[in-house]
Design a protein. Sequence first.
Length: 472
Amino acid sequence: MSKAIFWFRQDLRLFDNPALYKACQNHSEIILLYIQDKPLNKVKKTAQSWWLHHSLKKLSESLQAHQLSLTLKTGQVEEIFQELLSTNQIDAVYWNRCYEPMQIDRDQKLKSWLKQKKVHTESFNGFLLNEPWEVLNQQGGHYKVFTPFWKQCLKQMNIKPEAHITQWPKALNCDGENLEDWQLLPENPNWAQDFSSYWSPGEEGAQQKLQAFINNKLYHYKEARNNPAVQATSCLSPHLHFGEISPWKIYRVCCQYQLQHPEHDLNTQHFMSEMGWREFSYSLLYYFPKLTTDNFRPEFDQFPWHQYPEGLERWKHGQTGYPIVDAGMRELWHTGTMHNRVRMIVASFLIKDLFIDWREGAKWFDLTLLDADMASNYASWQWVAGSGADAAPYFRIFNPCLQGEKFDPQGAYVRTWVKELELVPNKWIHHPWDAPSGSLGITLGLDYPHPIVDHNQARHKALAYYQKIKGQ
DNA sequence: TGAAATGTTGGGGCG
DNA sequence: ACGCCCCAACATTTC
């Protein structure tokens, strides 16, 4: 009778989970562990706390169907393993790798400690299509430009067979904590009250989202993905963040679709390349662990960011007076997500219209987004700022009115999230301040704010700033 | 995965 | 019929 611990982290699924598969295959008794490694009173409640609560609950329920249970523990990982090892005869420990710098560090230390204790320890890739250290350019370095990176990924992609567990080990009983005691759900105020009408955390919800996407959305993904009023995107990102679905499952389903529907090949390719950006971001984070704090391009260290707390607050709460920006920020607050096109618009606005440091924007997204991944979030903010690898050129400044007119021509998205503009005619929906007096049906400055800045002026200022740091 | 400024072209009005 | 101007419409350059 050999005994193992399986440590759940960002892989809260039973299907296609390589480390769990291996643990179940090789051992007859198992502890299924999840660790909250910050003291409970220090856990910051974020949108993702809400998701984590529901995801762990779902996971625990699906384990019960196999007469297994999820053991919850709070504390330092090494102390928890110490305790588990001393009270049980543990032969082996399994997990799937995580890729944030602190996690890598923590896991390395634990692994060598376990090896010292003569406990067989194995880690797997359950999170990415390719390991960051396996995708290298001709010179043996990491890619700094997306297109060649993704080409190389596709070239060397080796599709892993589905890992489906048929024989489950017996539960090795051990004391755990109560999920309710972790108090992950927000209250007073419950800002997550609407989340459950948009999301179903857990493995089953993830599979449903994937099916719905393949059946109803993938065929016109390339065009429709840019229209924020249409639900044309997969909405898989939070599921991927928590590992409720494996990226290979998505990849395999896409490859199959590609064969069956060659006429939609461009759409399929485009969707897969979005998975590619996720991979690219992880590669950047792996080779540049300071991605969250430091500019990838050092000349941006000289950028004269403004201290503008009032502007930041108005941005966060969707009160900038630019309808498409405010709609995005309010969608984020109410649903825990924001359409990707609008993320670029609000990010460009914070950086290039308000001149607020991209780190402030990234921090707010960390708190409020259900899908916030350290890699994708920070790589994308640096991309917009122009300070990142393969970033948008500095002169690419979004005009929020034109972006609105181009991607939300009927104003449907704006009207969904900015109710006070519901009756404003299409002509003025993206720039109400230009309307002749009396034609809006509302009063600017009373029902809806005046624009916080003049975009045209801000644009010229931004160009001057960027010009100044160029070549430094 | 931009947008503004500037340049070019061509049709129509008009003397 | 011709030259001239105006100005959309489109193309190119610049930030």
